[in-house]
Design a protein around this ligand. Structure first.
Ligand code: SF4
Length: 285
């Protein structure tokens, strides 16, 4: 749990943002970001490298993960902004079920509004088992729109998880959340992003066993392969150096790991993809 001193509230100017870049390429028209800054504070998080994008402020990217600012007027803004044709991704800039959401209770109000005025598609990107708190509202929303939950599982190794995302829930708890969401009839995709050091076949088998749809992934973004836009924070590279994982930042090594996952998933008759094309499967199916 994040200390309450780290949770702030402020009015936002807007709640739905027209998409650009990766998320637009994937087929989403809007993104919904309920808070600025994310106290999961993953060492690799690309969001602070975006600097001013999406209303981020200097303090956000300089003190990433140390506090979060909830958009207290988000429900009023969303009520006015929703349209039936929108394809909304929630969120490219924060995990909507970051720890502070446990006390802020913003998502239940937003889910109710979405059910009242459903868009064409609503995708929740999260790694937070806290989402199970809202199971009733999620199932209600799934009756009103195409609801997809993209659940981030980044490795099969708990020691790796602790090094790169120490404030996130253990992997077993995350797979259990995926199981519970699916048991409630919700559409859930395993999203292996970013792909942390792992045994690719074991991670593929876990994703196959816990889900039944397309599996999505994305290796660490690296500047040598991506000239501009969001990229992995330097802190992740430092962790990788300390623990002998720098290969996972090498595009050729990454490709080999991706192909190993793809082969295992394909052998089961399923699809594994990376990048905007694969995230686009969330928008199109
Ligand atoms: S959960 Fe997502 S948005 Fe939050 S710190 Fe981790 S990578 Fe960044």
């Amino acid at each position: 749990m994040v200390p309450s001193a780290r949770i702030r509230s402020a009015d936002a100017r807007s709640i739905l943002t027209r998409t650009s870049g990766f998320i637009r390429q994937a087929g989403f028209t809007h993104s919904l970001t309920p808070a600025r800054n994310c106290t999961f504070a993953c060492v690799y998080c690309y969001v602070p490298t975006l600097k001013i994008y999406g209303g981020l402020q200097r303090e956000d990217w300089e003190r990433w993960g140390q506090f979060t600012t909830f958009k207290q007027n988000a429900p009023e803004l969303l009520r006015r902004a929703l349209r039936p044709e929108q394809r909304i991704y929630c969120s490219p800039l924060v995990d909507p079920y970051q720890p502070a959401e446990a006390s802020q209770l913003l998502m239940p109000r937003l889910l109710e509004l979405l059910a009242e005025r459903p868009p064409a598609l609503f995708v929740i990107q999260t790694r937070g088992p806290l989402i199970l708190r809202d199971l009733g509202r999620l199932t209600a929303l799934a009756h009103r729109t195409r609801l997809r939950i993209s659940f981030s599982i980044t490795t099969d190794r708990e020691d790796v998880r602790r090094r790169y995302e120490p404030r996130c829930a253990p992997l077993a708890e995350r797979w259990e959340a995926v199981r519970a969401l699916r048991a409630a009839g919700l559409a859930v995709h395993a999203t292996l992003a970013p792909l942390l050091p792992c045994d690719p076949e074991t991670l593929a088998e876990q994703a196959l066993a816990h889900t039944d749809g397309d599996i999505i992934g994305d290796p660490f973004h690296v500047r040598s392969a991506k000239a501009c836009g969001a990229t992995t924070r330097p802190q992740a590279y430092q962790v990788s150096q300390r623990h002998g994982f720098v290969d996972w930042h090498d595009p050729e090594f990454q490709q080999a790991a991706v192909e190993r996952i793809r082969a295992r998933v394909a052998a089961a008759g399923r699809r594994f993809g990376v990048g905007p094309e694969a995230f686009g499967w969330l928008a199109l199916h």
